[in-house]
Structure formats: structure tokens, C-alpha cells
Design a protein. Structure first.
Length: 213
């Protein structure tokens, strides 16, 4: 009895099975991701640094300063989520020093090169006194909106500009202005930001260098 027909059938079946397994493996793999897309198909770890001027007002006192921030989080295809630590300081319109520190989440929704979002914050505010060395201190908490434009994307790096209008409250706790009252804080922060999106296996380069889309 010839073994050729049996070998032929066996080889044919093996080739067919291998083809089916390859198709199944291809189907199980996610689509290749574009690292520099505003909304990646897979979650990417991201690190962001920001800095810029700030303008705020509390109890008829204007605060002119600068601040910086560090954020760690993830970019996903629907939302960008970060945990942020920020701090800064400056001068009041009367020439007194002030300092602030805050922490909170960043929730951002990308729309092409534009990002819209919310930034809840809780932290600390201190303003120098005119006649004493002791600071006027209080807790602060509130929420900010976000309008941002990312104008550069390449190899996982993103550079953009942000505007963050805020409304916070100076909450009694450290006797700011020596009164047990809650003062509203209105302000605007402008940020120059640099973000690094960490690549993952299978990522593809951006369609064109420096493209925002």
C-alpha cells in the first residue's frame, strides 16, 4: 500500500490547520497603534510637565505669579487621565509674597489637536503679612476648566499650550485673614506643556513628522 496519498492528505490538513491558526492569531492581535495619534487605540503611560503664569483674585486682592506642575497618567482612546502635583508663588498687587500648592486629577477629552477637560484641585495657600513675619494660611479647593491646543507631535513627544480658568475657595482651617469665612478665588492659569507618551510594542510612527492630527 502506497503511503503517498496518506502523506498528501496529512500535509494538506497540516497546511490548512496552520493557515487557520495564523488567521486566528492575527485576529486576536490588536490593530497597530499610531503612537502620536491624539486618541490612541490602546492605553499608553504618559508623563507631563507644565509651567506658566497665573492670575488670581481673592478678597479684592490680586495675585500675580507663576506655577509649575508634574503629571503622571495614561492616554486612552476616549479620555486622558492624570494625577497632578502643582505649586507656585508670586506677588500680590500690594507687593506681598504668596505661595500655593495643590494636588488633584486631570480629566481630558481629545478632539483632534484640541483637548477639553476638568481639573479638580485641593491644596494650600499662604500670603505674607505686611506687618508680621507670620503667614496668612488656608486650605484651598475647587475646579478648573481646560482648553488646550497641541501643536507638535513626534515620536511620543507632545508640546502644547493650555488655558485653565479656575474657581476655588479658601476654606477656613488656617485662619486666612483671621476670619472663619470662606473666600472665593477666581483665576486663570496659562501653561506651556511637554508630554512624553510611552511607546508600546506594535506602535507605528506618526503619518507625518510634527503633525497634530
Amino acid at each position: 500500500m502506497s503511503l503517498k496519498p496518506l502523506l498528501s492528505v496529512t500535509l494538506t490538513a497540516a497546511i490548512a490547520l496552520a493557515a487557520r491558526l495564523a488567521q486566528a492569531e492575527d485576529a486576536a492581535e490588536p490593530e497597530p497603534d499610531i503612537l502620536d495619534a491624539p486618541y490612541p487605540k490602546r492605553a499608553h503611560l504618559a508623563l507631563r510637565f507644565g509651567a506658566g503664569p497665573s492670575f488670581e483674585s481673592i478678597a479684592s486682592t490680586a495675585l500675580f505669579g507663576a506655577h509649575g506642575s508634574v503629571s503622571l497618567g495614561a492616554d486612552t482612546k476616549v479620555i486622558h487621565v492624570f494625577g497632578t502635583i502643582s505649586g507656585g508663588g508670586g506677588k500680590t498687587d500690594g507687593g506681598l509674597d504668596f505661595y500655593e500648592f495643590s494636588v488633584g486629577p486631570d480629566l481630558e477629552w481629545p478632539l483632534g489637536p484640541v483637548r477639553l477637560g476638568l481639573r479638580p484641585r485641593a491644596g494650600y495657600l499662604a500670603i505674607a503679612r505686611a506687618t508680621e513675619s507670620e503667614l496668612m494660611e488656608d486650605m484651598r479647593a475647587g475646579i478648573g476648566g481646560l482648553f488646550a491646543v497641541d501643536f507638535f507631535r513626534e515620536n511620543g513627544f507632545v508640546i502644547g499650550l493650555e488655558a485653565e480658568p479656575r474657581i476655588d475657595a479658601a476654606i477656613p482651617g488656617f485662619a486666612l485673614f483671621d476670619k472663619a469665612s470662606t473666600y472665593p478665588i477666581y483665576g486663570l492659569r496659562l501653561n506651556f506643556v511637554v508630554k512624553r507618551r510611552m511607546p508600546r510594542a506594535g506602535d507605528e510612527p506618526a503619518p507625518r513628522i510634527g503633525a497634530a492630527f
